[in-house]
Design a protein. Sequence first.
Lengths: 397, 289
Amino acid sequence: MRAFAFAWRSLARQPARTVLALLGIAAVGALLFDMLLLSRGLVVSFSELLEETGFDVRVTATDSMPVTGPMILDAAAAARALEGLPEVEQASPLRVARAEARVEGGEPIELTLMGLGSNSRDLWTVVAGAPLPSETGWVVINDRLARELAVAPGDTLSLWDAGAPGSVATPAIDLRVAGIAEFAFDTRLERTAAVRLSDLSAVCALERAVAADVLLVASAAGSGPEQTVEAIRRLRPDLHAFSNVQLVNRFRAHDFSYFRQISVVLTTVTLSFAFLLITSLLTVSVNQRFAEVAALRAIGFSRARVVADLFCQSVLLVGGGGLVAIPLGAALAVWLDGILKSMAHIPVNLHFFVFQPRALVLHVALLGLVGMLAALYPIYLAARLPIAATLRNEVVS
Amino acid sequence: MSPTERSSSRGTLLLLLALIATAPARAEQAELPQVLLSRQLMEAEALSVGDVVELSADPSGAGARSFRIAGRYEPLPDPLLLAASRHEARLHLPDFLELTRVASDPSPDEAVSRISLLLADPEDAAAFAEDLGKRMPGLVAVPAGRAEDEHNPFVVLERFHLAISLITVFGSTAFLLALMVMRADERRETVGILRLIGFTRRRVLLEVFVEGLFVAVGGALFGVALAWTLEGAFNRFFQWHYDTPLVFVRVTGSIAWRCIAAAVPLGVLAGVVTSWTLLRRQVLELLRR
């Protein structure tokens, strides 16, 4: 009988303990799988969101993250200059401000107002109505804002600067709703509207109407983002250009590192835990089967064969549990993702747990390694078993 | 930082300012306005107390003013700013207003974005905030204590860690049951002999219970002691990594009690349940006769 079939029969002979061991390995394996999904989930998801916008380079005034640092004061001129580069297809200024909106007779609602250059491609997906026209006088809003203001495409909104306390109120500007859109970085509680940059300047009565928080750049066909970044740095060394990959790497190193660290710690703990438990399980199992192992050796089973049987048992247990762990881990990942996404200020489209083939390969490799290491000690016990003495002890006892 | 946060932090007294130049020589002029710089900023720029720095609210460096570093401070640890470089400066309010004033801004010079209040009775914070909101509709008063709403990042992280612990407890319970099944099976003949010489089922079960209790308490205490020992290592690593005095792991008495309260009954129950499946059998069956 082959080693696998023999190991299978040994496990099947004691279904209760086998099922419990499989359940334990499945739970630990699911946790391991989830931690592997978490280790890169935010980075992958963030990267996908950045790519969705269609711009592959961001330019800022300082090396602060976009929209968190000082503004580019000559944004319009800088955008025109960048568009003159052969590596650049489009450069569009983006400015973000706080504003308030109201429909006639309604209560004012505070919102995030984005102002984009007139030639810019959209940073959102229109779900109702039309895209934002290139001319002024129009606004695109997100679904939450549309519901709270009870407006639909074609309706008119009054917008004005939300301003810091103490600032002088600016007159309201009337804009027509072109469409309802889904914004990539919207949080669950976010109310967002997008207008052309000149409308934003009018709404917020900006002194520096040409300033922008960031310049969004799309590379020309045939030019990679890294080439574009280099070209921008040569043209405007006073500005800071980042490709999406560079931006993601900065997030990975700082802003997202907490979850990566947590996942590394929990992965290590989970693997150690799995190793200890599987080793205990197999060792107790071998201890109980000393007489059986000695009898098998006595009737002609070689030492290598006994070792192979035990190894196959470990493979069957870890393999079976690891297999169940994948769908179980996927279900748990949805649950855990839901918990973490209930955090304020987390974009709806951002995920903490993201499936990647790499995670699956690592999961299989790590569990396999743990299974092998866990089998070493019980295998050592079985391989060094003195046959005659064990059989004699069995008879005497 | 989201646009919302950015807006809310705009104009606060603690402003990240562009450090545009530093003078290596010590300032002789006592009349220079003073500034405090964060430890992180002073280390990053190799500055010392007494150095003169130029600060500007404009990235181009326009309108820069000289300040003398009066001291350095450790920024208040904030988990929400965990990954941020705490390059910060603290100025006297008049200096700050002077530095950030926009010529065309008609806002009064004494305009601030936030006023911190220290109440005589901190327990009154919620009622005070509500009362102030009613009396002065233009102001938003918020108690500074920890927000307990379900979207608070710390409340969410607590839920996340609880979920992880539940999965771990489920996995370890399954393993524990498997081990107990094996152990019960191993003692099958011993239990058969005990029954044969007159021990009642109840007596054997009581013995298993007491034994399980000792093992479970020992295991739980070992687990708590291990967590307690590793606490320092975890904290030191994360404090070094994030350059913060924040405490990341703290094994409190309450947490230790909760662990023991969950682990001990679970361990005892696993032993009793698996033994009971054995004790239900006939004595001869236990002795394989």
